[in-house]
Ligand binder design. Structure first.
Ligand code: ADP
Ligand code: MG
Length: 159
C-alpha cells in the first residue's frame, strides 16, 4: 500500500486560507510525518510552513531555511524545516536525511521534488500553484498510510 496515492485539492484565496490548511495538517501530525512541498518561488511553501509550525506549537519565528538547509524547532513535536533548493542530490544524500525522516519529529521539505529519490516511500506531498496574486491551488497527496487517511479526513472536512 506504500505507493497508493490519495489526493485532496484545496483552493486558497488568501494567506489565511493556507494557514487553515496548515493548521489542519498540524493537528493531524504524528511522529514521523514527512511533508514535501513543491511549487514556484512565491507559491507559499514557507508561508505554509510558518502556519504549520505555529499550529504545532512552535513559539519561535520560522524563517526561510534557504541558506541553512535544515532548521530545528520545538513544538508539540520536534520540527525540522528544510529547503533543499540550493543543494545537489549528492549533498542531500550526505546530510543523512534518513535520521530526520525516520525519527520521531516532523519534517517539512521545501523543493522536495529535487530529492524525490531520497524521500521516504510513505509521505505527504503538497504542490502549490499560483493562480493569481493571492489565489493558490494546493494539491495534497497522501502517499501510503497513514497519510492517505489524513487526506480522507481533509476531504470530509472540506471536500
Ligand atoms: P515560497 O516559499 O513558495 O517561495 P513564500 O511562502 O516565501 O513562497 O511566499 C509566498 C508569498 O505569497 C507570501 O508573501 C504570502 O504572503 C503571499 N501569498 C499571497 N496569497 C497567498 C496564499 N493564498 N497562500 C500563501 N501565500 C500567499
Ligand atoms: Mg520558501
Amino acid at each position: 500500500d506504500h505507493n497508493v496515492e490519495t489526493v485532496f485539492t484545496y483552493r486558497s484565496y488568501r494567506p489565511e486560507d493556507t494557514e487553515l490548511l496548515a493548521a489542519a495538517l498540524a493537528a493531524a501530525a504524528s511522529p514521523g510525518l514527512v511533508i514535501g512541498l513543491d511549487g514556484d518561488l512565491g507559491a507559499g511553501k514557507t508561508a505554509f510552513s510558518q502556519g504549520f509550525a505555529r499550529h504545532l506549537g512552535v513559539k519561535d519565528l520560522v524563517s526561510s531555511p534557504t541558506f541553512t538547509i535544515i532548521k530545528e524547532y520545538e513544538g508539540r513535536l520536534p520540527l525540522y524545516h528544510m529547503d533543499v533548493y540550493r543543494i545537489s542530490l549528492q549533498e542531500a544524500d550526505e546530510l543523512g536525511l534518513d535520521e530526520y525522516f525516520y525519527g520521531t519529529g516532523i519534517c517539512l521539505v521545501e523543493w522536495s521534488s529535487i530529492i524525490a529519490d531520497l524521500m521516504p516511500p510513505r509521505h505527504m506531498h503538497i504542490y502549490m500553484e499560483t493562480i493569481g496574486p493571492d489565489e493558490r491551488l494546493i494539491t495534497v497527496t497522501g502517499i501510503g498510510e497513514p497519510y492517505g487517511g489524513i487526506c480522507r479526513g481533509l476531504l470530509q472536512k472540506w471536500g
